[in-house]
Ligand binder design. Structure first.
Ligand SMILES: Cc1cc2nc3c(=O)[nH]c(=O)nc-3n(C[C@H](O)[C@H](O)[C@H](O)COP(=O)(O)OP(=O)(O)OC[C@H]3O[C@@H](n4cnc5c(N)ncnc54)[C@H](O)[C@@H]3O)c2cc1C
Length: 453
């Protein structure tokens, strides 16, 4: 008998468990792998620290700091260097800094004069009623024009979702952006009025949320949470099925080739939806089609280490993103050792590149080695790097990030209905309520509240 069983020990599962631990409520986490962290994966090799999953988080929820402080991990939390505020976009093989002030905007060569003038029309463009069925591409093209879509939003969408702007629903995937039109009638009006309102309420904009990581990388945070609840976590434990058992739930799981079961009042699933389908699908015949429709494109994370003296370009920013029109084999690069300390020693530089995603999934039809070679060639040309990398490491995520595509609202509605019909089961994880580390942590408190109310 357990009060609460949590499936999965990624950041969603661990942060959910934090609330039960804090409130002295009996719980158990079942995790299929031999380690915690899920997508958070950090390794050290030849003096470089490599994050194969999230490289950082945005401090969008006060719960992040609360958990860090409560588990005694404050001294390990680090914030990005100021230079990380500068971000570049590749256009015509040149890196252009994204403008951060009106003067920069007037001066930038990233956008043509025509595209800049087009912005003046934005406040006069009416609302659309397409809501959830409008793509981020349609939304931006209508409000800001095609060039903004191509050279600002398209690369931004790659950076967040590794997604396709023609498929992602603006209201599901970028609710805050959509809200500016819905509430204020436009993006420019919304930014100005929103800033005024926040000033009156003495609040900070979410866009100013601080970027954080940890001295020993993102996975160290997962380990630190799990260290406070070791006796409550079963590793190497695959959940096979969850069945109704009177007014409770029977969780069937396998550990070391043995099948076992336990009874729980609440089952909180934080595993990806394609895995959840095998476990809960028999409870509702619609489950399968909803689970199958949420697409997780493949993404390769390519880590490159160099000696500093190989690099001609100053590393004065977060990194750069690549619009699809530029036709490169990768989505962009993070200048990892510029953003955070401890990624390598002073004489070296570390970079994390992203390859594939929803628009470029076909790239993995070729040999990985060939693809990596072509990406390194393109990257070194842009960065003016000579010689070979001193370290090359990669990880291919076959199913990386769930896409909140057009029609995603129907999945959300189904998950709500499923929870109502199956009291005690909670479906959570990054396919619901936001994909970022910050959103997963914010949602953990909601998971807890669903059990105690
Ligand atoms: C390459 C990449 C880069 C990213 N970069 C960023 C970033 O910079 N910033 C950011 O905020 N977000 C980023 N994200 C997104 C973010 O990292 C994830 O959305 C988040 O970590 C997901 O956490 P989760 O706990 O919901 O799921 P997961 O991390 O996927 O955890 C699910 C867990 O469930 C376990 N599991 C699965 N099936 C079973 C089963 N049957 N039984 C038991 N256990 C099971 C898995 O082993 C896993 O440990 C990135 C994601 C990827 C893939």
């Amino acid at each position: 008998m357990k009060k609460v069983v949590i499936l999965g020990a990624g950041i969603s599962g661990l942060s959910t468990a934090y609330w039960f631990k804090k409130n002295n409520i009996d719980f158990l986490i079942l995790e299929k792998e031999n380690h915690v962290g899920g997508s958070m994966q950090t390794i050290c090799k030849e003096g470089f620290q490599i994050d194969f999953g999230p490289n950082s988080g945005l401090e969008t929820s006060p719960f992040i700091r609360q958990i860090v402080d409560d588990i005694g991990f404050s001294n390990e939390m680090i914030y990005a260097n100021d230079s990380a505020n500068k971000r570049y976009i590749l256009r015509n093989n040149k890196l252009h800094a994204l403008p951060t002030s009106p003067i920069d905007f007037i001066k930038t060569k990233l956008f043509s004069t025509k595209a800049k003038l087009r912005l003046f029309a934005e406040p006069f463009i009416g609302k659309s009623n397409d809501g959830y069925y409008q793509s981020i591409a349609e939304f931006v093209k209508r409000r800001l024009g095609k060039e903004f879509l191509d050279y600002a939003i398209d690369p931004f969408v790659s950076g967040v979702f590794a997604g396709d702007p023609n498929k992602l629903s603006v209201k599901s995937a970028f609710p805050k952006l959509y809200r500016l039109e819905e509430v204020y009638g436009g993006l420019i009006k919304g930014l100005i009025k929103g800033a005024k309102e926040r000033k009156q309420r003495n609040e900070q904009s979410k866009q100013n949320a601080k970027m954080f990581s940890f001295i020993n990388g993102m996975q160290s945070f997962a380990y630190a949470i799990s260290d406070t609840m070791k006796e409550n976590i079963f590793l190497n434990t695959t959940v096979e099925k969850v069945e109704k058992f009177n007014d409770k739930w029977k969780v069937i799981y396998s550990i070391k080739n043995e099948t076992k079961e336990l009874i729980a009042d609440y089952v909180i699933s934080t595993i990806p939806i394609y895995s959840a389908e095998k476990i809960f699908g028999h409870l509702n015949k619609e489950f399968k089609s909803h689970a199958e429709e949420i697409y997780y494109p493949p993404v390769m994370v390519l880590f490159l280490g160099y000696n500093k003296n190989q690099i001609e370009r100053p590393l004065d920013g977060f990194g750069f993103l690549i619009p699809s029109l530029e036709k490169k084999n990768y989505l962009g690069a993070i200048w990892s050792s510029t953003i955070f300390q401890n990624r390598c020693d002073e004489t070296k530089s570390a970079f994390t590149l992203f390859v594939g995603g929803a628009r470029n999934y076909y790239l993995f039809n070729q040999e990985n080695d060939k693809l990596i070679e072509s990406v390194i060639k393109e990257f070194q040309k842009t960065m003016k790097i000579s010689g070979e990398p001193i370290l090359i490491e990669h990880k291919l995520w076959h199913k990386a990030i769930p896409q909140y595509n057009l029609g995603y609202i129907e999945h959300e509605n189904f998950f709500d209905k499923f929870e109502k019909e199956n009291k005690g089961i909670i479906l959570s994880g990054n396919y619901r309520g936001g994909i970022s580390v910050g959103d997963c942590i914010k949602n953990s408190e909601l998971n807890f509240k669903k059990c105690i109310n």
